[in-house]
Design a protein around this ligand. Structure first.
Ligand code: NAP
Length: 299
């Protein structure tokens, strides 16, 4: 079988934008995504920083992206990639379902939530510990929840939960949030979001399900009764398939140049998985477009 011009791995904004550009450029390509395309944006309640959409849910925006890519003829392979072989000329992508040969690989695998690493977190995962407020928030209607972190995700999650839960405790290790100003302003308007500054969760407690968190605030420990804990302590790159094959930084983010080329010829990376200044939907999409234009230039 003829090799593809490019196989796009991952169907978030970077991968879907790449698919749109690949279709327009007439490339032979497929997008490999094990689940429903859309990426992390599907777990975002509300997006209000993507131009043209002053207010849209992450799910609706993700659906629009997918419909757009499909309308232009995107071919999707719905399988999980298990292994890659990156030869000088041709690359092989293996999945549970088969083997695909391609001239180029575009890695758009994004990032995933990072665990806190505190006692109780692993054991109570899915039993009150969650990494996605929009997925699991409804289980905590009229209950008390804690959100851990101070970035955009933590603050967006706290806002989303405040509409469902009785009380939301936003537990942050510093005295200043990292989240965008407009999100901070929205939080200040909510009576049922309580921010615990300079505070670290030491343990998540509960027998069958979460019942409390042990919080250390400047050396003083407090046990707070909560039914749910939403961990929003940042993300880590989904780059394990390329581990040891391309250059990364110490955290595993793939290093690319401004053409999205990695240290291996014919292997490109776009979106949250690569080392970059700003990880947002708009920059992921731009990366995907640039990567495809770079590939077009080599064919
Ligand atoms: P982030 O910006 O890295 O924030 C992680 C937060 O968790 C920080 O406040 C950090 O504290 C805290 N943290 C990290 N490790 C911790 C630990 N072990 N214990 C306690 N707290 C810990 O991650 P993010 O909020 O997931 O955002 C990731 C990227 O996605 C960002 O680029 C963000 O802008 C983007 N994003 C954008 C939107 C949007 O535009 N609507 C929504 C979600 C995410 P410190 O502040 O002290 O470091």
């Amino acid at each position: 079988m003829k090799p593809y011009d490019v196989l796009i791995i991952g169907g978030g904004p970077a991968g879907l934008a790449a698919a749109i550009y690949a279709s327009r450029a007439g490339l032979s390509y497929a997008l490999i995504e094990q689940g429903f395309p859309g990426g992390q944006v599907l777990n975002t309640a509300e997006v209000d920083n993507y131009p043209g959409f002053p207010e849209i849910s992450g799910m609706d925006l993700g659906m629009k992206w997918m419909e757009h890519a499909q309308k232009l003829g995107m071919q999707q392979i719905m399988e999980e990639v298990t292994d890659l072989e990156v030869g000088e000329e041709l690359k092989t992508v293996r999945t549970f379902g088969g083997e695909y040969v391609t001239k180029n690989i575009l890695f758009c695998t994004g990032a995933a939530p990072r665990m806190l690493g505190v006692p109780g977190e692993e054991r109570l995962r899915g039993k009150g510990v969650s990494y996605c407020a929009t997925c699991d928030g409804a289980f905590f209607r009229n209950q008390k929840t804690a959100v851990i972190g101070g970035g955009d995700t933590a603050v967006s999650d706290a806002l989303y939960l405040s509409a469902l839960c009785q009380d939301v405790y936003l537990i942050h290790r510093r005295d200043q949030l990292r989240a965008a100003d407009y999100l901070q302003k929205k939080v200040a308007e909510k009576n049922n979001i309580h921010i615990l500054w300079n505070s670290q969760v030491r343990e998540i407690q509960g027998e069958e399900r979460v019942s409390a968190v042990l919080v250390d605030t400047e050396g003083q420990e407090t046990r707070m009764d909560v039914n749910g804990v939403f961990v929003a302590g940042g993300i880590q790159p989904n780059s394990s398939l390329l581990k040891g094959k391309v250059d990364t930084d110490s955290a595993g983010y793939i290093l690319t140049n401004e053409h999205m080329e990695t240290s291996i010829r014919g292997v490109y990376a776009a979106g949250d998985v690569r080392k970059k200044f700003l990880r947002q939907i708009i920059t992921a999409a731009a990366d995907g477009a640039i990567a495809i234009e770079s590939i077009v230039g080599t064919l």
